[in-house]
Design a protein around this ligand. Sequence first.
Ligand code: AMP
Length: 125
Amino acid sequence: MPIDATKPYDPDNIFAKILKGEIPCSKVDETAHSLAFHDINPLAPIHILVIPKGHYVSWDDFSATASDAEILDFTRFVGKVARDNGCVEQGYRMLANIGKRGGQEVPHLHVHLFGGAPLGPMLAR
Ligand code: AMP
């Protein structure tokens, strides 16, 4: 069920639990402000989620309220994770679903990195 991205942050969402160490993840890499881990239900040979460690529901509040240090860290980290995982030469896709019409399911900002195969059209018609 897609979430309402205008709601306040839920500190018990599944990615918050990963950040608190309450449930495991298959970690790819991390920085002071960001964490990358494998998606539990991969939709491509490479499907990595990159999240900020701070409490941001979606790209909307992250882009509006995160500190410059968090935004810099996250932006560079998304690119680094893609490079380090061999996505760049063949090309890849990054995607962030935001709110109800975006189909966002987990109410903590995450960027999907897809790679490792041709990814097809951007959206199904
Ligand atoms: P979205 O629809 O953009 O909110 O995507 C949520 C993503 O989180 C989906 O691709 C799920 O497979 C993934 N996901 C949900 N729970 C976990 C988990 N515990 N570990 C890794 N990925 C997860």
